[in-house]
Design a protein around this ligand. Sequence first.
Ligand SMILES: *Cc1c(COP(=O)(O)O)cnc(C)c1O
Length: 574
Amino acid sequence: MDKHNAWKSFAWESRIAYFSMEIGLSGQIPTYSGGLGVLAGDTIKSAADLKVPMVAVTLLHRKGYFRQQIDSDGWQHEYPVQWNPERLLELLPVKTLVTIEGRDVKIQPWLYRVKSPAGGVVPVIFLDTDIPGNTEADRRLTDTLYGGDSEYRLKQEIVLGIGGARMLAALNFTVRKYHMNEGHAALLTLELLNNIRAPIENTLNERASWDVQQVMDRCVFTTHTPVAAGHDKFPWPVVEKILPEIVPFALLRDLIGKDSLNMTILALKLSRYVNGVAKKHGEISQSMFPGFEIHAITNGIHPFTWASPFFVQLYDRHLPGWAFEPELLVRVDTISDEDFWDAHQGAKAFLTLFIEETTGKKFDPEILTIGFARRYATYKRADLIFSDLQRLVDIGNGKLQLVFAGKSHPHDAPGKELIHRIHEGIHSLSGKIEVVFLQNYNMDVAYRLIPGVDLWLNTPKRPLEASGTSGMKAALNGVPNFSILDGWWIEGHIEDVTGWAIGPPPREKSLAENGSDQEDARDLYDKLEKKIIPRYYEDRAGWIRVMKNAVSKNAYYFNTHVMMRRYVTEAYIR
Ligand SMILES: *Cc1c(COP(=O)(O)O)cnc(C)c1O
């Protein structure tokens, strides 16, 4: 087969089409912002490892999310990320069209192949509207992830949902299920409704010709956040101006509701299988959307991607096959404490070097180092550990080091305030507790940061952390979690065994918050002082036991291989 037709070999078997506004495959392809995109990338990699027939669809995002720089006063500034799709992806000789605001917009596909060493391949299609013939504004539609206003977002969602479904057809893919990773792709359901429409002459009632049941049978929807702002809503007048009427607007309004076009409701209404991303998040989603049956499949991480080179070597030596069968990590106790600790100190030295290169600060590899990195949205409460600086110094002077990282969305002023406050804290603690903030958090920074700390901190406001996958990356590298009982940690936490909880246990099936900031901060300090610091410095064997438990009781289960098998048996083959 010649090179230009090689992609046609994907068409022979029917596939799960996985749609996601962001996909994080590597630091080289900056088409993701955070957890949602990295999860999508990890999902695709596990599908390739397990030879699950899948094709993924996303947007090209030529300008990426953004590159973060922090100025000397601790304020975030954003710059476009430049990357070359031409270097990494293959432009396919096919085009499709969508109608936006009454104009035809051409879309072209770029192909990237996710190849597993086990032989599986998952094609990823990146949609691109930067084509001569499109208006200048339309050419910019696939530039910036989560940039622009709400109209820009709706247009991007038309390209992703309707354009993506048409592109798969143009490329001759046979699709057995459409999996919407979050509501951004929900407009694909309209294209399906339009495609499998019953002939009108067979029915007296025009509405009856739209076969909702058949579309439902083909759709799976994963909802990702209990934060209201995370669910896209578009006012009907905007929708009627921009969206092509491939399904009558009146029918849509009947189906979705009169207030606005809510993408989550659209996806819920047209999917047979719906799930949240951790047990607790499934319950929360169920109470947010009564009347739908919402299941739960807990997120995971791709083991080989997130193991530091030191742990890859260690596991290869002692647990061969672990990367394709992460269940083998259950036998981590067959590794000696010495070898395990050496691998950890290797990862720590790798981080220490990175800190020195990027900030000029020298970290001490013998001091207990705490890591915190995530999006700086206010509910994540990055500054909780700074709520009583005097207490932190009393507990940690000479015994603690802290590493922070994370971006705030360019329009999120309170998030930026939070980054600023962290930098003020760094300043106040100077000379007492060494703290650094690593700029431009992305997959490459995460890869060095997470395995290199001794303890992974997470302090979200309950119950707003849907899952929280960075804690799983920590566990895989023998780094215990110290976190609020929310998201996946409710399922992974065993006190003093796999790590430590902060604050009270979760409430049953409740959206209400429990635990105040003060109460949580007090518990955080108490546990650091009475349990964690003494265990680290005075009971090294006991500390290593917790590290190993993080692997054998958390990492063996919270990975995308286990997760993918569940999607196959519970959602895809039904
Ligand atoms: C894993 C990862 C995330 C997700 O982390 P959370 O624990 O969900 O906050 C975000 N950003 C990057 C770069 C990651 O690697």
